[in-house]
Design a protein around this ligand. Structure first.
Ligand code: SF4
Length: 368
């Protein structure tokens, strides 16, 4: 298993990640505290898809003492958005609605340029604005949602990033991110840019504001560094909640934009969705007869995981899918057909909203 901000490989052991990263599991006690304020629990929390945290209990203490928080999340724009990227954003949107929180959304075009030898900065920028359409299409609130690319908002970010950079030594960056002598110097500096939105609203408003960062667990190392540095600059450490990865359509691993067959993009056509799902790995048996006799294995099946992560949000109905797979009453053909229809109906609406987002993009984007 390898989990870094730039590489995720192998079978992910989330319990081991909690130990290795030093995060805390999201317990039923914390979920009850959230539910007290939200009136219900989002399925991504109920199902443990968001599974661990840093200082979420501290954030709730602050909130209960009258200090409201803002949200910060981001995306490294190396390509079009795929369904796995939407998972942290869907919970972020719910949190924005429930807590009436501002959202600061960072698109790290500089990072993708610095870390990906094949990507030039114009392409990273183009993808950033493509990704911004998906963010807006999810329904984040205008006036409370601020989206920016690092290069277009650098006038605000850079003066703060250098304050962070001054507190991080090369040996810390090497230890956390594994840099070598051959690493380019932009890579070594980059984590300072990713730290800035964790305190920029506090700078702008002239007072400390708690920050909650929903993200996929692979991004945690950046914020381990940020959490160490921010108190030295007089700011709160950001609280974080971490999600699991939506799996690849092939066997094992997370979805990756660099392997287009392993994932569904929000821009895919119905035909592309159909082809990718029909070609996907399943937990089914070698023949229909065997499937009916012995049942399938949803635990290793990415098709089941698609229902689990996004396409069946009703727990009772999800259990029915699981049980009917196990008992052999459900064939993989039926299961895939139903999923194709659900994905295509989701994407049809999403793509319509994405088109409309083009007209209001400038209302969400910050530039300096
Ligand atoms: Fe996967 Fe569905 Fe086949 Fe079960 S029936 S193994 S969940 S595709």
């Amino acid at each position: 298993m390898k989990v870094t901000p730039w590489e995720v490989e192998g079978k992910i052991d989330y319990d081991r990640l909690i130990k290795e990263f030093g995060t805390k599991p999201i317990t039923s006690k914390i979920l009850k505290r959230i539910e007290k304020h939200t009136g219900e629990l989002h399925y991504l929390l109920r199902r443990g898809i968001f599974f661990c945290h840093r200082d979420l209990d501290w954030l709730l203490d602050k909130y209960e003492n009258g200090e409201s928080f803002y949200l910060y999340t981001g995306r490294g724009p190396s390509g079009y958005t795929h369904l796995g990227h939407l998972i942290p954003w869907i919970l972020t949107k719910w949190l924005q609605d429930k807590f009436d929180a501002e959202l600061w959304f960072q698109l790290t075009d500089d990072e993708k340029f610095l870390f990906n030898q094949k990507l030039d900065i114009e392409d990273a920028k183009k993808y950033a604005y493509e990704n911004a359409l998906d963010i807006i299409a999810l329904g984040f609130k205008r006036g409370k949602t601020f989206i920016f690319t690092d290069t277009d908002y650098s006038g605000e970010l850079y003066p703060q990033a250098i304050k962070v950079a001054k507190k991080i030594t090369f040996s810390t960056a090497k230890a956390v991110f594994g840099f070598k002598n051959e690493s380019n110097i932009g890579q070594i500096f980059f984590t300072s840019m990713q730290s800035v939105p964790a305190f920029l609203p506090s700078v702008k408003k002239g007072k400390n504001i708690p920050c909650l960062i929903p993200l996929a667990i692979d991004q945690d190392p950046h914020f381990r560094v940020a959490r160490d540095v921010l108190p030295k600059l007089g700011f709160y450490k950001p609280a974080i909640i971490h999600s699991k990865f939506m799996p690849s359509l092939s066997e094992g691993g997370k979805m990756s934009a660099s392997d287009p067959q392993s994932c569904i993009f929000t821009t895919d056509t119905p035909g592309e969705v159909e082809r990718k799902i029909w070609n996907a790995f399943t937990g089914g048996r070698g023949s229909l007869k065997e499937q009916k006799e012995k049942g399938g294995n949803p635990d290793i099946c990415p098709i089941y995981q698609y229902y689990y992560f996004l396409f069946e949000q009703d727990d009772k109905k999800l259990k029915e899918i699981y049980n009917s797979c196990r008992s052999g009453n459900r064939t993989c053909g039926e299961c895939k057909r139903e999923l194709i229809d659900r994905i295509n109906s989701f994407l049809k609406k999403h793509q319509e909203r994405r088109e409309k987002a083009k007209k209001v993009l400038d209302k969400f984007i910050l530039k300096s």
